[in-house]
Design a protein around this ligand. Structure first.
Ligand SMILES: [Zn+2]
Ligand SMILES: [Zn+2]
Length: 288
């Protein structure tokens, strides 16, 4: 800036236009809206039925250009695919059976998911994994469903999106042999330790980071301070896990701005840099 200005003083008025256009270009670059990807949101759920148009508009305004929709079980598939069909350039559906939906009938549920995978292209297999928080009745079946779906992902060269709760170490152990065979994906809503994070990174998996980052007691801020941004993608898990200052209310994709700001603060870099790096990571894993 100083050099440009001195150049203007030295060379006289005819350079003013050149200087002005440079300034204009710099300003434009500075104001260029950031591009964000919500790698995990359930915007097809009933919580959004009344105002999905406004929800999407608010997200676009802060720069969200893509929304990835994880499946849960056969009950949500129609609504998920309808939302994707309404906005095909922005919404991308996944297919899979959530560990909390693994019950007596899980083989039937897996069959439905597998049939869908044969019918069309999906962005990923997800969300799949282990959840020992709510119920441990079907732990054996959870393992079976998880491993079956990881095998599908390998066979179809798709990434996976992992849900893990109260089962971090168990999840890492069961993913490891699949990662060694080339499976890649995201540990969504990562809430583990620094050691967990490193094990995940060593498997070349990514950490999905959302509203929990803004909860001081989570300890996640201290963990992520030591983790390179190249291993992080952003997510909301909307309508769940709403960031501060809206904690307790319904989450939505526009609240990604609070996650981005917190990461920028922790890393002591600009919001634009956080957006650029995490968006590039998301595009790479989902193959866009
Ligand atoms: Zn989840
Ligand atoms: Zn989810």
């Amino acid at each position: 800036m100083k050099i440009i200005f001195q150049g203007y003083l030295n060379k006289g008025k005819k350079d003013f236009n050149c200087w002005f256009s440079l300034q204009y270009r710099c300003t434009k670059q500075y104001l260029r809206p950031m591009k964000l990807i919500d790698t995990h949101c359930h915007l097809y759920l009933d919580e959004f039925k009344q105002d999905i148009g406004d929800v999407i508009e608010r997200a676009r305004k802060i720069g969200v250009t893509k929304f990835f929709l994880p499946a849960i079980d056969s009950e949500v598939i129609d609504d998920m695919l309808a939302l994707e069909a309404a906005f095909p350039a922005e919404f991308f559906a996944m297919m899979g059976l959530h560990p909390c939906s693994v019950k007596e009938n899980y083989k039937d549920e897996l069959k439905i998911a597998e049939d869908w995978l044969g019918k069309r292209k999906f962005a990923a297999i997800g969300e799949i994994g282990l959840d020992f928080y709510w119920d441990k009745t079907f732990v054996t079946q959870q393992y079976d469903a998880f491993e079956t779906q990881m095998q599908w992902a390998l066979e179809r060269s798709l990434p996976i999106v992992i849900h893990t709760r109260n089962a971090m170490q168990e999840t890492i152990e069961v993913v490891k042999p699949f990662a060694a065979r080339g499976l890649r994906g995201i540990f969504h809503c990562f809430g583990g330790t620094y050691e967990n994070a490193n094990e995940i990174i060593d498997m070349q998996f990514l950490l999905g980071i959302g509203g929990v980052l803004t909860y001081k007691k989570s300890g996640l801020q201290e963990v992520l301070a030591k983790i390179d941004l190249e291993y992080i993608v952003l997510e909301t898990d909307a309508p769940y896990l709403t960031p501060v200052p809206y904690r307790g209310k319904r989450n939505e994709s526009s609240y990604l701005e609070f996650v981005v700001s917190k990461l920028a603060e922790i890393k002591n870099i600009s919001i634009g840099e956080v957006a650029a790096i995490t968006t590039a990571n998301a595009e790479k894993i989902f193959g866009n």
